[in-house]
Design a protein around this ligand. Structure first.
Ligand code: F6P
Length: 319
């Protein structure tokens, strides 16, 4: 392979830049031309291509976001768009594509592979919901951002004897809520994977108050319940001062942690080497501290399970 391309797609994640930098520089060292595709699959359809050299990725390791920009290109699900993308790459002499992104983005990569184009994925999403691996790029930074916010909210919750509901990201997955909830000392954690009963939440708070616990902290994933809705219910059922904080997109930005920078650098190298070794239709990730290659089909279609032991621990710690 003499020419490969890289794009970032879907929701951005801190560490994507570190992955781009690694792909560009390792590609250069291995003697292949690396083409950056801007704005994800949209740029692939609109031929927004630029060659990237080692100096083009200087000063981005510590930056959040993605210098290649990103998009959610819903129409890429259409077969004719996928065929056009392959045609665009072939016209430019591109022989392999590295897709940095989460579930939806890797589904696009899988579609291109099934149409005969060599692709390798790099697992990157703050949601951490890709099957077959322990962590995705951006998750660690997002969780640390959430913990920082929860710590600050606790200060004011405690001072005012208030109940706070902190909503974190995760439409379908509770990985951020679980980790940030436990590390932030939440009393109750709500995730999409585990059914919950509002009456039990209300009882928990009432029992806490009986035990002289005057402030409570609930961390919920956006996919479990919206903080505003839960806040209203709690306020109606118990006469306590309740406030809500929706952390939203601050979890997607900021300088990547040491872990995300190291992970992104290692995955970038592995992705380039995989393509050069004629691997395709796979995604690189980290499993039990080893960099592994997993078939895209499995990573995209299988549902990654939340560690329910952590759920039990969270309950025990909030006694
Ligand atoms: O990238 C994943 C994610 O951050 C989810 O946790 C969240 O539900 C979604 O993206 C938000 O997407 P958007 O930025 O397109 O509104």
């Amino acid at each position: 392979m003499k020419r490969i391309a890289v794009l970032t797609s879907g929701g951005d994640a801190p560490g994507m830049n570190a992955a781009i930098r690694s792909v560009v520089r390792v590609g250069y060292v291995r003697g292949v031309k690396v083409i950056g595709i801007y704005r994800g699959y949209r740029g692939l359809l609109e031929k927004d291509f630029r060659q990237m050299l080692p100096r083009d990725v200087s000063g981005i390791l510590e930056k959040g976001g993605t210098v290649l920009k990103t998009s959610r290109t819903i129409e890429f699900k259409e077969e004719k768009k996928q065929l056009r993308a392959i045609k665009n790459m072939k016209e430019k002499g591109i022989e392999g594509l590295i897709v940095v992104g989460g579930n939806g983005s890797q589904a696009g990569s899988l579609a291109l592979f099934k149409k005969g184009f060599p692709t390798i994925g790099i697992a990157s999403t703050i949601d951490n919901d890709l099957w077959g691996m322990d962590y995705t790029i951006g998750f660690d930074t997002a969780v640390n951002t959430a913990i920082d916010a929860i710590d600050k909210i606790r200060d004011t919750a405690e001072s005012h004897d208030r109940t706070f509901i902190v909503e974190v990201m995760g439409r379908d997955a509770g990985f951020i809520a679980m980790d940030a909830g436990i590390a932030g000392g939440a009393d109750i954690i709500l995730v999409p994977e585990v059914k919950f009963n509002i009456n039990e939440i209300v009882d928990d708070i009432k029992n806490g108050m009986k035990k002289k616990k005057m402030h409570h902290l609930i961390v919920c994933a956006e996919g479990a319940i919206h903080a505003r809705d839960l806040g209203k219910i709690i306020q109606e059922r118990i006469t306590i001062d309740t406030r809500v904080a929706v952390l939203g997109h601050i979890q997607r930005g900021g300088s990547p942690t040491r872990f995300d920078r190291l992970l992104a650098s290692a995955l970038g190298e592995k992705a380039v080497d995989a393509l050069l070794d004629k691997e395709k239709g796979k995604i690189v990730g980290i499993k039990s501290n080893k960099i592994v290659l997993i078939p895209l089909e499995q990573a995209v279609t299988k549902k990654k399970k939340l560690n329910l032991k952590l759920y039990k621990l969270a309950r025990e710690l909030s006694v």
